[in-house]
Ligand binder design. Structure first.
Ligand SMILES: [Zn+2]
Length: 526
């Protein structure tokens, strides 16, 4: 039977050592809850000896019940030349009242002599005393062998002696750490294998991604006999990050047939990843394997054509298995198939033989040549398709506008005047705003809302401006992308022009027009 691999999550400890990752106590509790529901086996909550926030986290976690995971407090071996019972940092580990305590200790002679500045024997005593003390208090003890691989390469005999000291004192799991993240899979496998033949305790693996091998090294360790893997969601962590368990877990499940977390959790994998990004306030990485928004995107025309025929042809796995979705990107690489698939995704009923397809394709390529980009502007794309299919007149037309900026004392204000045609009617409105787009938006809405009251619920949520080099060699142009939403759906629209105000107006008009004409099935435009 395949061995069961334990997932030990250290997002809340090692993960928070990454740049830009900070969690409040409340955040940490929410993340722990989420990880527990997902089904990881261990949640390392923090290092009570390093900061008061982590002490507070463990204090509050005492009243929580975890269904799947066991909570671990992290710390180090006792200080040199100090009795373990008199070491405050060790006492704080017990005060955390977690079922699991993980301590790290030194494997590498270089660290023993030059960083700790102690003797090899005292280091062994520090490891043994601390593990024994924690075991005597009923803890499940994970011993993290810091710099296990670098230390072993330097002095294999001493490295092994440190691990044996932990084992003899009762450690339940001995985790070999590639702390500096610079080793290769073959080295990892060889040393894990040696540890396995010389120890009887369970072996764990903890890797970092410094040379892009965090996940590969963890897998090398598992294939060599480790049955406990440490890592973080989305690979958060110091420097380039830790081993990414958001990749390790599906690889174990779908590529190696090794059981770890419950099979039923995998359709929530992408959601787990997004939840962490949202909580940490980090912009999601579209290139993240498995769960990134681009992980199942198809752009090249030949790929899309093939995917349309046989989905398996350009996808290593069905994205739904891990809660991700397939996207077709429309770009100037696009062929017919992209447009057809995208249009269908947007809710239009078209096929490869729809007569207007050629005109649609020409129109899109022409707009892209002018600097339009539809990858985050589904709303504008839907309007182009709609127009090619000649599905009705636009709900309104802007006949004229004027925007002026003036400074009044130390306050600057914008005023927009618009003349809008709605069927036979014409409206003329003036509005102020704190910028030209804001003023135009206010004037347009005030003209339209009487005819289309549903626009009152539409809000602009984001506005991005990019200066683009014209591909035709003329002057630089401006591309404006606006994100809008009505509380339930979101859509993006784009405008391009030499003039930023004109570009903004195009994107703005598309945003409001899309809100009025979108096909009913466009429930999940994003
Ligand atoms: Zn680490």
């Amino acid at each position: 039977m395949a061995p069961h691999i334990e997932i030990y999550d250290t997002t809340l400890r090692d993960g928070t050592q990454g740049e830009g990752v900070t969690f409040s106590v409340t955040d940490k509790l929410r993340v722990a809850e989420k990880l527990d529901v997902f089904g990881v086996h261990f949640i390392e909550g923090g290092w009570p000896g390093s900061n008061p926030r982590d002490i507070e986290f463990f204090e509050q976690a005492k009243s929580r019940t975890f269904r799947n995971a066991r909570l671990a407090a992290f710390g180090s071996t006792r200080r040199k030349d100090t009795a373990v019972g008199a070491d405050d940092q060790v006492r704080l580990l017990l005060d955390a009242e977690t079922p699991v305590v993980t301590i790290f200790g030194k494997t590498w002679m270089l660290h023993v002599l030059e960083v700790l500045q102690t003797t090899p024997d005292e280091n062994l005593a520090m490891i043994a005393d601390t593990v024994r003390h924690l075991k005597a208090h009923g803890k499940y003890v994970v011993y993290d062998a810091e710099h296990a691989f670098d230390g072993f390469k330097d002095d294999p005999e001493y490295a092994l002696a440190t691990w044996k000291a932990a084992e003899a004192a009762g450690a339940d799991c001995i985790t070999l750490c590639d702390t500096n993240g610079g080793n290769l899979p073959a080295t990892i496998a060889e040393i894990v294998r040696t540890a396995r033949t010389n120890l009887t305790a369970q072996i764990g693996i903890h890797t970092h991604d410094d040379i892009g091998l965090g996940v590969a090294n963890a897998l090398a360790g598992i294939e060599a006999g480790a049955t406990h893997v440490q890592g973080t969601v989305n690979g958060y962590g110091e420097r380039t990050g830790n081993c990414n368990i958001t990749s390790v877990m599906p690889i174990l499940q779908f590529k190696l047939a090794l059981p770890s977390v419950p099979a039923a959790s995998f359709p929530q994998l992408k959601e787990l990843s997004q939840f962490l990004d949202e909580t940490a306030n980090i912009r999601p990485n579209p290139r993240l394997p498995w769960v990134g928004s681009g992980a199942f995107s198809h752009k090249g025309g030949a790929h899309v054509n093939a995917v349309q025929k046989v989905i398996r042809s350009y996808e290593h796995i069905d994205p739904a298995l891990i809660g991700n979705t397939r996207h077709v990107l429309v770009s100037d690489l696009a062929g017919r198939s992209n447009i057809v698939m995208k249009a269908r995704e947007l809710g239009f009923d078209i096929t490869n033989s729809t007569p207007q397809l050629r005109e649609m394709l020409t129109r899109i390529k022409d707009l892209e040549h002018q600097g339009y980009e539809f990858e985050s502007a589904d709303g504008s794309l839907a309007l182009v398709i709609r127009k090619s299919l000649a599905e009705g007149e636009p709900p309104f037309v802007v006949d004229a506008y004027n925007v002026s900026v003036r400074r009044d004392g130390n306050r600057s204000a914008c005023e927009a005047v618009v003349k809008v045609r709605i069927g036979q009617e014409s409206e003329h409105r003036v509005a102020e705003g704190d910028g030209p787009v804001n003023a135009l938006d206010a004037a347009l809405r005030s003209a339209l809302v009487r005819y289309y009251p549903q626009l009152a619920g539409v809000k602009l949520t984001d506005y991005k401006v990019r200066i683009i080099d014209s591909r035709s060699g003329t002057a630089a142009r401006t591309r404006v992308i606006i994100q809008s939403g009505d509380g339930t759906t979101e859509w993006g629209t784009v405008g391009v022009d030499d003039n930023i105000v004109e570009a903004s107006l195009h994107a703005l008009v598309d945003s409001l027009e899309f809100a009025l004409v979108r096909p009913g099935v466009l429930a999940s435009v994003s």
